[in-house]
Design a protein. Sequence first.
Length: 331
Amino acid sequence: MRKCTLLLLATAFGMLATAALWAAEEKTKEPQKPAPYTGLKKRIAVAPIEMQVTVQIAGAEGSQTTIKESTDRGPGTLGSNMTEQLTTALINTGRFVVLERKALSDVREEQALGKSGEVNPATAPATGQLIGAEWLIKAAITEYESKATRSGGLLGFKGFGIGGKKARAKVVLDVRIVDSSTGEVVDSVKASGDAKTSGVLGAIAVSGVVLAGGKEDKTPIGQATRTALKNAVQFICDRMDKVLWRGRIVSIDGEEIIINSGARSNVCVGDTFDVFRLGKKLIDPDTGQVLGQRETKSGQIQVAEVQEKISICQLMSGSMPKEGDVIRKAA
């Protein structure tokens, strides 16, 4: 009898050791880095992700359900965390100039503090200097569910046992890309993630009491969330690749033409841009929505000097541009 007990304990500890080894191997794997992005970067901002569903986490005890968060207004804690993750993931693609919007209230407070006179004017942040985003990423969590059930309870002998369980999770994000100039939704997608697992609980029970349990490094709900975010990022990258990059003429200083994009946007010395003069805004008489503007090509410029946020160009052909003219990468 003693041998059977020792054999069961040895088996349990062996399974836990194997699980720990798999987790250690997973951590040591080097993530595959994507090739550096050399295209021109578009300016985007991520709006706070809203909750539009009741979050339910069903425990392994059966029908018992714990409501973690329930709201249809604002992001809540979960939405806030996923906003941070989506923003970081988009930054890590290296394909965009990502503008901070989640902490916009903090930025405004800092600017207000600068205007209060309590901060050295030389170091106080100036107002009216926030960079506008060309494209706004809006998302809402429309499904967030995790279910766990025991598969046969605790398997054991003389009060000793190994727990087993099955878990399934699903996360769905409704993602929209919005043109910040017109408010038009240019595309949308449901980015979903599913995950499930089945196996030992990673704990040993003696007489029905769990004495030690290993914390899962990758829970199904965590995997489902990462998959949904990954699919959302892939959709955003693929869709934004189809959108033409554009910049603006900031200033004319003699023969120097200054544009609003520099090294931060992947502009390089020698790049050439077509310049377009904007015409009258075309407004839909029924909705009042700006439908666009007529553009007339006026010339071509070439980058002679690149700074972080601006570049200095020279006129190559056509007429001298004006402040506010649109530029696009020459074919």
